[in-house]
Design a protein around this ligand. Structure first.
Ligand SMILES: Cc1cc2nc3c(=O)[nH]c(=O)nc-3n(C[C@H](O)[C@H](O)[C@H](O)COP(=O)(O)OP(=O)(O)OC[C@H]3O[C@@H](n4cnc5c(N)ncnc54)[C@H](O)[C@@H]3O)c2cc1C
Ligand code: SF4
Ligand code: SF4
Length: 1021
């Protein structure tokens, strides 16, 4: 095999366009799966970084790729969501990783036949969601349901929830469309499916799968406790012989129960399943369909009584059921886990469990799934074992050997390894059966003679299978030593490492790479590549911690650009505090390590420091929006228990939000006052920009301003302001020893309470209208306010509320503010996804309550031409009171034009272009008579070329000295490029020098590279 050649690169670029990447960092991210391979084994894996990653969209593209790869002998490595841990997706010879994520649609559903045809890259969760809308559901699924793909499970093989009734996944597949190495596309079914199931892509790509599904029905669960392995086996055996119509049976061992009790609570604030304490026993969770509940429940009680098991509370049963996908949560206590996955006959369950307990001195956490009719027809238990360990220590290499101990025990009891992949290809005969292995080899020789499809997997030979074999032979010795390694369990953040705080570093290793957080992260679906997802970022942080990579502006930017939507916190299988970890990194990177924040934040910061707002409006104009007729009752200086906090955007750009909010509060008889010019920005932008010094100063100012009024409650309309007053200010105040004592409320909460007690009503609209509500991330996942805005909409007569596909905790992020500032085109893509959901829901208007969401959605609607009117909630509700409001659209578009031009200007290219427009002034401004000297050098042929290498050294020193002299002309040139309002232009002379001082040290290197030749050209002309 050779590295890919330039003709292959051109082919990939032509075929896949932006869906192909050759980026070094990205390729690294696509070079692993969930397995944490010991450091001593890693060097034997081969060339794990692929040469390219592509994301096909159609079977035809797969076919074209397969044909070209065969001709050029380039390895192809299919990748679902990389949630398997056997190395199947890990390249060993470079090649092309084929990420199936874009092939994720349902192709056809036949409810009568109970079959669905689906593209291979669709996740189980997405498929189940699609099926539910047609009253159908999955027959079985793996516990990686939120992230793993249909094609991935067929290729990997396995059992999961529902396997008690339906067996292994392969038995539930009717057909698959496959693509062979030469490009041939064909449907396979019957016995030929065996050449793709558990074959891990070595015979071809699975492009789509037709699988059996079942009618949707509620599931009920019962949990029982068995205090010994013998009783566990007794319970299972009785259940199996009872003919009880059970759908799924899973269990955990006492060690797992203990560890689950010790796992830290999830980071997200969304409602969680009730916290329960599990008994330290074998806990079996049996699930069945609601219509057989009356038959199954007494049967289970009888079996439990007969076998010495006891029925646990419904609370425990539900808790275990609801958390069934969170099997990796115990990894937080490791931060690594040594895995061992085996299949054993149920008849041997007790012996296997007891022997593992007696031979391995470390806690072995086990989870099991029962397959009623296993491979040979007998009942089998799939056992997933974990031993908490720390991959950062050398002893991890030894601990890893214990997985072979578990495998040996299983094999001695008639069991086998669960799968082959890269690491256990030497055990293929045991896993697949010798006959099938021979057939597979022959099939591969026939359809992939060049051996390009996922080389070295399943039937591959090489150093790794040999090492596993040797490890097996020396297992007793390895076990003896590994058992002596001191193991510690529990979250124990250590010291900061390479700029990564200790707790964040711990989470980076705790992250199991399960991928639950990937698809719903707006950064991921906006940019399309894993490096932008939380899973990708944790992986990149590990590289930093281990010194394999260094901090650079790209990683800093990727952490900064997180929209702080907190979706990942909700999705994370381990409940890791992801968003707050990135937040912590912002302070560390910008404030402490002096990396550059996003340039527009420098302009906002300058405006905030001077006038208290981010839009560069004058402080004296901050209260201009406040309705004159309300000044006497609620204006600045009035006394009240509540302060209405408008925030910058309502004050300067989308005035209708502020006006409508105070109209509603007034109409509802809420006693409130307003800070007027004493109000400052809530400073969220400075927090997320990492400019924490300015954040703290502004926060102190706001707290003092509210305290000075005597009020103890702040009512906000902006969710970011709300989150500051509700969560962030109190946390900072406590840390800084500031007496806080302020309660935060959103106006929708205040009004919903009044609507509920009948003291406030809204009249109807003149025309009926269908609206949908966009939960802003900060008011929803951030502050937990979901129902009050909906109550307010419902209180408006004539308003019909419809929900989008993703709402409440699941709501999609709009893509603001950070993406909008950093990469406007990506923001527009993210915004479009949300707007389309509103269109699909049949809404005429999208009601939102966040000024930033509204801004972003309006800009996205304009850019993408999506026909959706965005209306502010307060405005919508207050309109029914008969008020008219100013249209914010012209101001939004005008302000966006400023921002867009400013964003383009504040880049190395933008600054280089700006400098190119002022060469005469720049040359004249050079100190120490250098200007005339440079002009003279321009006349001497070759002189400037000779001086060229000095420019990168010279310019950074000269520029600060030149800046004051060129500032007036620079301001003129900036004004020509940015359509600024007058008040902004007036302040530019103060703001621009600060902005340049902060940005130039970071950008000058790049700028010099861009301006050197144009400057030489100018001097020579
Ligand atoms: C939290 C968690 C729970 C899990 N629970 C279970 C469980 O209950 N049961 C179980 O069996 N496994 C389980 N697994 C393991 C894993 O999730 C499954 O094996 C899953 O089916 C892999 O799907 P994937 O999309 O991630 O495939 P990947 O890991 O991406 O790929 C798996 C193999 O299939 C190949 N492949 C992927 N897609 C294709 C394709 N379209 N065409 C050809 N080859 C392809 C890959 O090259 C690789 O060799 C779990 C893993 C995690 C992290
Ligand atoms: S907070 Fe949102 S944008 Fe940031 S990493 Fe999590 S999901 Fe992605
Ligand atoms: S951050 Fe959480 S959800 Fe994402 S890959 Fe890691 S453990 Fe899984």
């Amino acid at each position: 095999m050779r590295n890919i050649e330039s003709s292959m690169r051109s082919f990939l670029t032509d075929t896949f366009g932006p869906r192909a990447t050759f980026d070094e960092m990205e390729r690294k991210v696509y070079g692993h799966d969930i397995g944490s391979i010991p450091s001593m084994i890693k060097p034997f894996l081969g060339r794990t970084a692929p040469d390219a990653v592509v994301q096909p969209e159609t079977t035809e593209e797969l076919s074209k790729l397969a044909a070209r790869a065969r001709d050029m002998k380039v390895p192809l490595i299919p990748r679902g969501k990389a949630t398997s841990g056997y190395g199947g997706v890990v390249p060993t010879r470079g090649g092309i990783v084929v990420d199936m994520r874009r092939m994720a649609s349902v192709l056809g559903l036949d409810t009568q036949a109970g079959e669905v045809r689906v593209q291979a890259g669709m996740t189980w969760q997405a498929l189940d969601r699609a099926l539910a809308s047609d009253g159908m559901t999955l027959r079985l699924y793996p516990s990686s349901y939120p992230s793993s793909t249909v094609g991935g499970w067929l290729a990997q093989g396995g059992a999961g929830f529902g396997s008690y009734q339906y067996g292994y996944f392969r038995e539930n597949v009717a057909a698959a469309t496959v693509v062979f190495a030469g490009g041939e596309i064909r449907e396979v079914s019957g016995d030929e499916l065996d050449m793709f199931s558990e074959a891990e892509g070595i015979t071809g790509f699975i492009s789509d799968v037709t699988l059996k599904v079942q009618p949707l029905e509620d599931i009920e669960v019962v949990a029982v406790s068995c205090d010994t392995p013998g009783k566990l086996q007794g319970f299972m055996t009785s259940l199996l012989s009872s003919d009880a119509p059970v759908w799924s049976v899973m269990f955990i061992n006492p060690r797992m129960a203990e560890m689950k009790n010790r796992t830290p609570a999830p980071a997200c604030d969304a409602p969680q399943a009730a916290e329960v304490v599990l008994p330290s026993t074998y806990i079996v969770v049996v699930s069945f369909r609601a219509h057989v509940a009356e038959q199954v429940r007494p049967l289970l009680a009888e079996i439990a009584g007969k076998t010495g098991a006891s029925t646990l509370s419904d609370e425990i049963a539900l808790h275990e059921w609801e958390n069934r996908f969170r099997i990796m949560q115990v990894k937080r206590l490791g931060p690594s886990l040594v895995p061992a996955e085996v299949v054993v006959p149920v008849a041997q369950l007790a012996s296997v469990m007891s022997e593992v307990e007696s031979k391995i001195k470390h806690p072995v956490l086990k989870e099991g799934i029962i397959v009623r009719h296993g491979k040979g027809g007998e009942a089998e238990a799939v056992l997933l074992g974990f031993i908490p360990a720390d991959e950062r220590s050398l002893s991890y290499n030894l601990m890893f050997g214990l997985s072979l101990s578990i495998m040996n025990i299983a094999e001695r009891h008639g069991g086998r390894a669960y799968a082959t992949g890269l690491y256990f290809s030497g055990k293929a005969d045991g896993v697949l059966g010798a006959g099938r292995v021979e057939k597979l080899k022959a099939y591969k020789r026939r359809y992939d003679p060049a051996g390009v499809m996922n080389p070295d997997k399943v039937v591959g030979s090489g150093v790794l299978p040999l090492m596993v074999k040797a490890g097996g032979l020396f297992e007793p010795l390895v076990r003896l030593v590994a058992n002596r390694v001191a193991s510690r369990v529990g979250e124990r953040p250590g010291k900061d490492s390479h700029g990564v705080p200790g707790d964040v570093a711990w989470y980076a290793y705790s992250c199991s790479q399960c991928g639950y957080c990937v698809d719903s992260c707006p950064q991921f679906y906006g940019r399309g590549w894993e490096s932008a997802s939380p899973r990708g970022k944790w992986y990149r942080l590990r590289d930093i911690i281990e010194g394999r990579a260094r901090w650079d502006q790209r990683l800093v930017d990727d952490l900064l650009v997180c929209t702080t939507c907190e979706t990942c916190d909700l999705k994370c299988s381990e409940g890791l505090p992801i968003e707050s970890s990135w937040m912590k990194m912002r302070g560390e990177l910008i404030e402490r390590r002096k990396f550059m924040t996003f340039p527009p934040f420098e302009m906002m910061g300058a405006a905030l420091a001077s006038q208290g707002d981010i839009w560069a409006g004058y402080r004296k104009d901050r209260a201009n929006w406040f309705p004159a007729d309300l000044v006497e009752a609620h204006g600045p200086g009035t006394k009240a228990p509540n302060v209405y906090f408008a925030g910058c955007t309502a004050s300067y750009v989308e005035n209708d939000i502020g006006i409508a909010s105070v109209r509603l509060l007034d109409a509802a008889d809420v006693d409130f006052t307003y800070l007027g010019e004493k109000e400052s920005c809530c400073a969220t932008p400075m927090l997320v920009a990492g400019k924490w010094d300015l954040f703290e100063r502004t926060m102190r100012r706001n707290i003092e301003a509210v305290k000075a009024t005597g009020a103890d409650t702040v009512i906000s309309s902006c969710p970011a302001c709300d989150m500051m007053w509700r969560k962030v200010y109190p946390e900072w105040a406590e840390r800084l020893g500031i007496d806080y004592g302020i309660t935060a409320k959103h106006y929708s909460e205040v009004l919903a309470d009044k609507i509920a007690d009948g003291s406030f009503e809204l009249p109807g609209l003149s025309d009926d209208v269908t609206v949908t509500f966009h939960d802003s991330c900060h008011i929803g996942r951030g502050s937990g306010v979901y129902e009050p805005p909906r109550e307010l909409i419902k209180a408006v007569g004539g308003a019909h509320l419809v929900e989008m596909e993703h709402s409440r905790e699941e709501a999609l992020c709009c893509g603001s503010v950070l993406t909008l500032i950093k990469e406007p085109p990506v923001a527009a893509d993210i915004g479009e996804v949300r707007l389309q959901e509103a269109v699909d829901a049949g809404a005429e208007k999208l009601v939102a309550l966040c000024p930033c969401c509204e801004f972003q959605l309006r800009v996205s609607a304009e850019k993408k031409g999506t026909p959706m009117e965005v209306v502010d909630l307060a405005r919508f509700a207050a309109s029914s009171l008969g008020y008219d409001f100013p249209d914010p659209e012209p101001e939004v578009q005008a302000q966006w034009a400023v921002f867009e031009a400013m964003i383009a200007l504040m880049t190395p290219e933008g600054f280089a272009e700006l400098m190119g427009s002022m060469w005469p002034e720049l040359i004249d401004a050079m100190p120490l008579g250098m200007g005339p000297m440079m002009r003279l050098a321009g006349k001497v042929p070759g002189a400037l070329q000779l001086m060229k290498p000095m420019f990168p050294v010279l310019f950074p020193r000269l520029l600060p000295l030149m800046m004051p002299k060129v500032m007036p002309v620079m301001l003129e040139r900036v004004a020509e490029r940015v359509p600024m309002p007058d008040y902004m232009r007036e302040q530019m002379a103060d703001m621009m020098p600060q902005v340049m001082d902060n940005l130039m040290p970071h950008m000058i290197g790049e700028v010099v590279g861009l301006v050197t030749d144009p400057m030489i050209e100018y001097l020579q002309s």
